[in-house]
Design a protein around this ligand. Structure first.
Ligand SMILES: Cc1cc2nc3c(=O)[nH]c(=O)nc-3n(C[C@H](O)[C@H](O)[C@H](O)COP(=O)(O)O)c2cc1C
Length: 407
C-alpha cells in the first residue's frame, strides 16, 4: 500500500515509554494533546480490565509536528510515559546492567520466562527471533502497543471530524451474551453518549448487566472472554477505494487495518458471513433518488446490507463493520489447571506461566478498532483529495461533494 498517512509505533510494555510518529497530516489541522488523550482514556476503561489500567493514566506529549495547537505538515511525534517502568527499571533498562550484582541477578531471574503462553506470540516469536528469555518477545507483542495506535488514531479522528466524518463503535456480544438484533446497525449521537457511559460500551443496560455477570463468572473460573463489536462510520463520501485493482479496494484495506489488532480473528461488512447464506434479493440494496436532503449524495440505498461498500468503494451509506475478538490467552489459573505448554529452556512439557492480565478486553478493543478505522479512512481521504494544507484539502473535498450532489 502506498500510504499518504503513515504511522510507526515503538515501545515495550514495561519499557520507559511508547513513541509514535504520524506522517502525512496536512498543515493547519487544529490539534491539542487533549484531543488525543480523550481517546486514550476511553481505551483504558471497561469492565474486566486488570490492575495495569489502574497504574497507567496514559497521556501523550507532542514532541514534534505541532505548533501553538496546529499541525505544521511535518511528522508529528508523540510520547507516552509508562508509569509502571518505575517498577521495571532494572529488568527493562535499555543500558547494560551489572550481572555480578546479586540483587540485580535476582530481579532478572524473577522476570525471566521460558514457559510460553498458548495463544500469544511467545512460542513462534522466541523461535523466530532466537530468544531464550520469552520476555524479549512478549514485551513488544503485548497489547500495550494498542495505546500507541489509539494515539495515532486520535489524530486521524480529529482530521476526519473536520470533514464531518464520525466513527462510532458498540459492543454487540461478550461470550454467549448477545444484544438483540434491533440494536445493531445504527448508533445515534445520543446513543453514543450512552455507550460511552457504559462500562461494557453496550447500548442496552440490561444486556450490559448480563455481560458483567458473564465476566464475573469467567473470572471465578480462571477463564477469559472474547466478543463481537460493531464499528459504524457516518458522513463518508461516495468513491473512497476503487474497483480497478485488488489492493485499492476499500473493504480489503480496512480489513488489513482491523485484522492487525491483537485478538481480532474475523471481520464482516454489512451482513458479513450471513451474506453467504441468503438469496440475492435479500442481500443486495436497492437504490432510489433521495426524498430527504443528504450531504453526500442525491441517491440512497433502501437498505444497507452491504455495509456501505460496493465494488470496493464507499457508496455513500454508513460503513458498518463487525469484528470478532478472541478471548485473551492469559488465564488466571493455578499450576494444576493452567493450559498445557512447553518450557523452551528445559525442553520439557509443563504449563503456561501467568503474568498479571485482563479477563475481557472487548470494550477496549472497540476503541482500538475505531482508531484503526480512522487511520485507514484518513489515509484514503488524503489519497483521493490530496493537499498539503487543510485549506487545500477542504477545497478539493468540498468541490467533489458539490459534484456528487449534482449527479
Ligand atoms: C486492548 C487489549 C488488551 C489486551 N490485554 C491482554 C491481557 O491483559 N492479557 C492477555 O493475555 N492478552 C491481552 N490481550 C490480547 C493479546 O495481546 C493477544 O491475544 C495476543 O497478542 C495474541 O493475539 P493474536 O493471536 O490475535 O495476535 C489484549 C488485547 C487487546 C486488544
Amino acid at each position: 500500500m502506498n500510504n499518504k498517512l503513515r504511522f510507526l509505533t515503538a515501545g515495550e510494555s514495561h519499557g520507559p515509554a511508547l513513541s509514535i510518529i504520524v506522517e502525512g497530516v496536512p498543515a493547519g489541522l487544529n490539534l491539542l494533546e487533549e484531543n488525543v488523550n480523550y481517546h486514550l482514556a476511553r481505551r483504558q476503561k471497561g469492565y474486566g480490565r486488570g490492575a495495569r489500567m489502574k497504574i497507567e493514566t496514559d497521556q501523550i506529549e507532542f514532541t514534534a509536528g505541532v505548533r501553538h495547537g496546529q499541525t505544521l505538515g511535518s511528522p508529528i511525534s508523540m510520547q507516552i510515559k509508562n508509569k509502571d517502568y518505575a517498577n521495571w527499571n532494572t529488568t527493562m533498562n535499555p543500558s547494560p546492567i551489572d550481572l555480578n550484582d546479586e540483587e540485580i541477578k535476582k530481579k532478572l531471574a524473577d522476570k525471566y520466562i521460558s514457559r510460553v503462553r498458548p495463544g500469544h506470540a511467545d512460542f513462534a516469536g522466541a523461535i523466530k527471533y532466537n530468544q531464550d528469555d520469552v520476555r524479549n518477545i512478549l514485551e513488544r507483542s503485548s497489547a500495550r502497543e494498542t495505546t500507541s495506535r489509539v494515539a495515532a488514531g486520535g489524530i486521524a479522528h480529529q482530521f476526519l471530524k473536520t470533514l464531518g466524518i464520525q466513527i462510532y463503535s458498540q459492543v454487540l456480544q461478550i461470550g454467549s451474551v448477545k444484544m438483540a438484533d434491533e440494536y445493531a446497525g445504527n448508533i445515534s449521537e445520543e446513543e453514543f453518549s450512552q455507550i460511552e457511559a457504559s462500562e461494557l460500551r453496550c447500548k442496552s443496560p440490561e444486556t450490559a448487566n448480563l455481560m458483567k455477570e458473564e465476566i464475573d463468572k469467567a473470572r471465578k473460573q480462571g477463564e477469559s472472554l472474547g466478543g463481537i463489536i460493531e464499528i459504524i462510520v457516518y458522513g463518508l463520501p461516495i468513491g473512497l477505494g476503487s474497483h480497478v485493482h485488488w489492493d485499492r479496494r476499500l473493504d480489503g484495506i480496512i480489513a488489513q487495518y482491523l485484522m492487525s489488532v491483537h485478538t481480532v480473528k474475523a471481520i464482516g461488512f454489512g451482513l458479513g458471513f450471513e451474506a453467504g447464506c441468503q438469496v440475492g434479493s435479500l442481500v443486495h440494496d436497492e437504490i432510489q433518488r433521495n426524498t430527504k436532503k443528504s450531504l453526500v449524495s442525491t441517491y440512497h440505498h433502501l437498505t444497507n446490507r452491504a455495509g456501505g461498500i460496493e465494488g470496493g468503494m464507499s457508496n455513500g451509506e454508513p460503513i458498518i463493520c463487525r469484528v470478532a475478538l478472541k478471548p485473551i490467552p492469559t488465564l488466571a489459573r493455578t499450576e494444576e489447571n493452567s493450559l498445557k505448554s512447553i518450557d523452551l529452556k528445559t525442553k520439557s512439557n509443563g504449563v503456561a506461566f501467568y503474568e498479571r492480565s485482563d479477563v475481557c478486553v472487548v470494550p477496549a478493543g472497540g476503541v482500538v478498532c475505531e482508531a484503526m478505522m480512522a487511520l485507514a479512512l484518513a489515509d484514503q481521504i488524503l489519497n483521493k483529495f490530496g493537499g498539503d494544507s487543510m485549506t487545500e484539502l477542504k477545497t478539493n473535498y468540498q468541490n467533489y461533494l458539490t459534484y456528487c450532489l449534482d449527479r
